[in-house]
Design a protein. Sequence first.
Length: 319
Amino acid sequence: MTVGLNGSETFSNGKSSISVQAEYYNLQPYYSLTNTQYKWNKYPETFGTTIVARQKVGKEGLLKLMTTFQTGHSNLEYPDFSDQAKPINIDLKNNNLYSNLTYTDGWGKGWSLKSGVAFTIDNNLMKPGINRVDEKNIYLQTKVAIKKELSTKVSITGGVEASPNSFRQIYKEGPAERSNTQFTDYNLASFVEVETMLFSKLAARGGIRSEYSDLLKDHKLAPRASVAWLLAPCCQISYASGVFYQTPEDQLLRFTNQLGFEKSTHHIVNFQLTKNDRIFRVETYYKSYSNLVRFDGERFYDPTLYSNGGNGYAKGVEF
């Protein structure tokens, strides 16, 4: 049981619109009615607001903006790890701002544009007793993709991405600062993709993506391909395969940047049946993982014990 308020309003005309939403939630009523093991000094409380705007530009252009902000706060008494009989206050505060701006347009003669910018600021402050952990993450992503329809059966798409990422963590024990970790990574990517109708009922798509991390000093090429076969007006089967790379998580990079990209390879077969306004889908997949980050959980602070020696897999069927 929670107490919450949520309200929204939309304004629009022929070429533009704007929506505003605000929300507030508090878990005090729920915890007041239940027996909890720990004492809450500040019941979990959140507030958020979202703004969405759209504007038509010219004949085919469309500009979209979405901005959301959320803040939360809670505080409870929890047993001290060094003395279970002695509770300490654990105070949690977080503030998150996310915004993205996209622009799409058609230039005629088979040319089209898709572009966007996304921006995130994430602040987390944790105070276990007299200690303090202050984290701040700033992430920016920009992307531009241009598509050209060479014919009714063949199209080609190319684009670039730039993603600066800044992370900082300050740890204090009482008034003394024990660590101040920060890094910045500039991730650059480019891609090209070709889509074609091989036959009237068989479509194929193939491409390659280039990834580079300035922090890791690592560069990778990731090929990807897929085919889809229309068995009947109601039935389709498809197969997709591709290689994907990602940088290790920020919580790992704060100990060392002497790592490389983590890698996954996907193989997915999908069958879809559409009939009587209903969709039935079966999907089987196999995903292998390599170059995963490994470290010693008891000596996580030692950067020399981090490596890309991990691997694994996932497989299954979904209905």
